[in-house]
Each structure stands twice: as structure tokens, then as C-alpha cells.
Ligand binder design. Structure first.
Ligand code: HOZ
Length: 430
């Protein structure tokens, strides 16, 4: 028995499903998850000492790779002063100023502890600001696990095959309307069906929790125009795309300005952080300056701020990281595409910069319905074949692959060689 198997046997007795977040489980794969001991650069090492090329990147925040020296040093230095005060600190002011000074669409920002919290709070602020209750989300987009957003959600909810979570009272989702990603008409119809009632449209500007699904030309701009027309707040959930596609996230990448934006783990460089921000008049609704209540003892935690601010400053002063991620993405994902095409493998590969997903389907994947046509058994085979050859992918069809600045050309070539072998041996479709 491996150490991971032994740990998993112990874990399932004390932790639901043996994991502290469902997407870590190898449910669809039928094996014990690899328990991780440490990571460095683009490599991750399991409890049995096996090395893998890591494409999970802690689900996004490791843009500079694992254990980045400057971030580690900033954390150690912050720890020497104390772990948490539950009081205001200079570093959180510096963080807020840095974000607002460099992101034109963020005039004010509030730190929280996760993306879930950020979205939940942003929606509350939008409701407080507009005096309206309804919100529109998109099927297959994932915005964390707060009650109102667990409707046709992506990520682990989609993997589990349960469209809506148990334990969520109908009353909590009665104001959540669901539109079709990349379909502006579906949004217009919902807005017209509830005039003056929709507080916010929330969207992952690049959907990355039903696998990676790119916005079609004009989709995000169309949302901007519809929100302006109906007096609705446009929220970009940039938990995955923020500071990753560009320093200004998808808003900068696509040149579309949301009213509010939500961030998650990336803003803490891997520490448990989230944030929401946007137009001043909306953010001023938040307590204690306004009547929308939201709070948190650990919000703006000094150790997390030190980690996050160090990463943000590095990214801002090294724009070559972004051109590098574009090139790496092109090399890896286009390389995979060529291998698949040459072998006549039934699949579709969606990618943008460092994010990518392979879907085992004939269909072009542009929304929740088409994403679900992917053969998840083929995905499980692909995942295991790659893992057994030292490539660590998300154990779910509906999560993204994440490249970091630490993934060298050599490592990308190595990954392509592994993929080529898996395809050549016919291990994906049995
Ligand atoms: N769903 C997120 C990744 N797409 C976070 C991972 C998790 O749920 O643990």
C-alpha cells in the first residue's frame, strides 16, 4: 500500500469523502488521491516521494510557480511580527492602494478570505446598491458554494453530476436566474422578464469551471450593454482569470469594464484570501461606511497580505510574465492539439493564455450543454495515464489546466511527449 492510499484510508474515516474540498477527490478516477508533501517551481511531490509536473497550481494562484522565494521570504518576515491581530494594519492599506492604483475598474476594495466569500459579499453589495433582489448567473459557471449561487454550478458540483446542492432551501435560490453562457439572447430574455428586478449579472469572463470555455466575440461587451440598459450591476468573477490573463485580468484582456470584480486565492498567492471591489458608489454601500453588512476577523490577515502583495508587485513589475504565459500556453495546448489531430483522437481543446482544457467530444464546447457531452470515462483514462507518467492534472473533466511562469519549455516538451505516448498507445478510448 502506498503512503497516499494509507492516508486516504485514514482520511475517509474522519473527513467527509476523505478530502477537505470535493475536487481533490479522485472520485471519477477510482483511486486514492495523491497526498502532497511539498512543491517547488512547476513540480509537486507526493507523500511517496514521487515527482510530478503540476498543472493544478493550487487551482490558479501559483502564477510564479510553487514556493517562489520572494513570496516565501515575505511570509516568513510577516510571521515574525505575529500571525493575526484582527485589527487594521498598514499592509492592508498598501494592498488596497496597489490594487486600486493599477486597476482602473477597482476604485475601492474589501479583503475577505475566499472567492466564495468575495462573491457572496459582492452580490449583497449589488443588491444593497440597486435595491433589487434577483441575480443572473450562467449554467456551468462556478462562483463558490454560497447558497444562492449553487444553481447549475460548475466545478465539483458538475463533476458530482448533481445540478443543485442538497441542503439549499428553495427560498435561497428563488431569486437566482440562470442564463446560457455565450448566449446574449438568454440574458436579454431574463432581464426583460423581470424589469427593474435584476440587481446583478455575474459571470466568469472566461468560464473555467466547466472546463475552459472562452467567451465568444462580443459576449462580454454585450453583457456590458445589457447591464447598462437595465440598470444592472455587471460582476466579473475573476477568481481564476484575475492577475492571470493579464495584470488587469479578463477586464483588461478583453477591454470590457465590469462594475464589480471578485478575486480569490490568486490575490493571496496561495494563502486563503479573496477580495471584491469596483465602483466607489457601490463599494461605499459596504459596512461600516454603508448599510450592507459584511465582516471577518481574518480579513486582510497580515501574513496573507504580505504574500499576496509581494506576488502582485512582482507581476506588475514583470509584464514579461504575461507574454511568457501566452507563449507557454500556445506551445502546450497547440502542441496537444496537433498530436490529437495527427492521431485522429476525438477531442476539442479550448485554451487562452495559461488556461486550457481538453474535452473528449466531437462538439465544439461553448457552454454547459456542450461541455457535458465530453466522455468523462475517456477523461478518467487520460488523467490516470498522464498521472502514472508523472503529469499531475486536475482529477476532473470540468477543471482547467494551469501553467505557471515556472513551466519551462523543456517541461512543456516533456508533457507533450507523455501526451503523445498516451495517445499513441490508445489508452484514452478503450
Ligand atoms: N473550484 C475551484 C477550482 N475551479 C476551487 C477548487 C476547489 O473547489 O477546491
Amino acid at each position: 500500500m502506498t503512503r497516499s492510499e494509507e492516508l486516504f484510508q485514514r482520511a475517509v474515516k474522519r473527513i467527509p469523502g476523505g478530502v477537505n474540498s470535493p475536487v481533490r477527490a479522485y472520485g471519477a478516477i477510482g483511486e486514492a488521491p495523491r497526498f502532497i508533501d511539498h512543491a517547488d517551481g512547476c513540480h509537486i511531490y507526493d507523500a511517496d516521494g514521487k515527482e510530478y509536473i503540476d498543472y493544478i497550481d493550487s487551482w490558479g494562484p501559483m502564477i510564479l510557480g510553487h514556493n517562489f522565494p520572494e513570496i516565501r521570504e515575505a511570509v516568513v518576515k510577516a510571521c515574525e511580527k505575529g500571525l493575526s491581530f484582527g485589527c487594521a494594519t498598514a499592509v492592508e492599506v498598501e494592498m488596497a492602494e496597489f490594487i486600486c492604483d493599477h486597476l482602473p475598474h477597482v476604485e475601492m476594495v474589501r479583503m475577505v478570505n475566499s472567492g466564495t466569500e468575495a462573491v457572496m459579499s459582492a452580490v449583497r453589495a449589488a443588491r444593497g446598491f440597486t435595491g433589487r433582489n434577483k441575480i443572473i448567473k450562467f449554467a456551468g459557471c462556478y462562483h463558490g458554494h454560497s447558497d444562492a449561487l449553487l444553481v447549475s454550478a460548475g466545478s465539483g458540483v458538475m463533476t458530482s453530476g448533481v445540478p443543485d446542492s442538497a441542503g439549499v432551501p428553495a427560498g435561497c435560490t428563488q431569486d437566482t436566474m440562470t442564463a446560457v453562457y455565450n448566449d446574449l439572447d438568454s440574458v436579454r430574455t431574463l432581464l426583460e422578464s423581470a424589469p427593474d428586478q435584476v440587481a446583478a449579472v455575474i459571470v466568469e469572463p472566461v468560464a473555467a469551471n466547466m472546463g475552459v470555455v472562452l467567451p465568444k466575440e462580443g459576449f462580454l461587451q454585450g453583457l456590458r450593454e445589457l447591464c447598462d440598459k437595465f440598470g444592472t450591476v455587471l460582476i466579473f468573477d475573476e477568481v481564476i482569470t484575475g492577475f492571470r490573463l493579464a495584470f488587469g485580468g479578463a477586464a483588461e484582456y478583453f477591454g470590457v469594464t465590469p462594475d464589480m470584480v471578485t478575486y480569490g486565492k490568486i490575490i493571496g498567492a496561495g494563502m486563503p484570501v479573496g477580495a471584491y471591489g469596483g465602483r466607489k458608489e457601490i463599494m461605499e454601500m459596504v459596512s461600516p461606511s454603508g448599510p450592507v453588512y459584511q465582516a471577518g476577523t481574518l480579513s486582510g490577515n497580515p501574513v496573507a497580505m504580505a504574500a499576496g502583495l509581494t506576488q502582485l508587485k512582482y507581476l506588475y513589475t514583470h509584464p514579461e510574465v504575461y507574454t511568457g504565459l501566452e507563449k507557454k500556453g500556445e506551445k502546450l495546448y497547440e502542441g496537444m492539439k496537433k498530436i490529437a489531430e495527427k492521431a485522429g483522437l476525438t477531442c476539442h481543446l479550448n485554451h487562452i493564455s495559461s488556461l486550457g482544457s481538453i474535452f473528449f467530444t466531437k462538439e465544439e464546447v461553448c457552454d454547459y450543454t456542450s461541455a457535458k457531452t465530453s466522455d468523462t470515462k475517456a477523461f478518467a483514462n487520460y488523467f490516470l495515464s498522464m498521472l502514472n507518467r508523472g503529469v499531475h492534472l486536475a482529477p476532473s473533466q470540468f477543471e482547467a489546466m494551469f501553467l505557471s511562469d515556472a513551466h519551462s519549455d523543456e517541461v512543456i516538451q516533456q508533457t507533450l511527449k507523455v501526451f503523445e505516448e498516451v495517445v499513441a498507445k490508445g489508452e484514452i478510448y478503450e
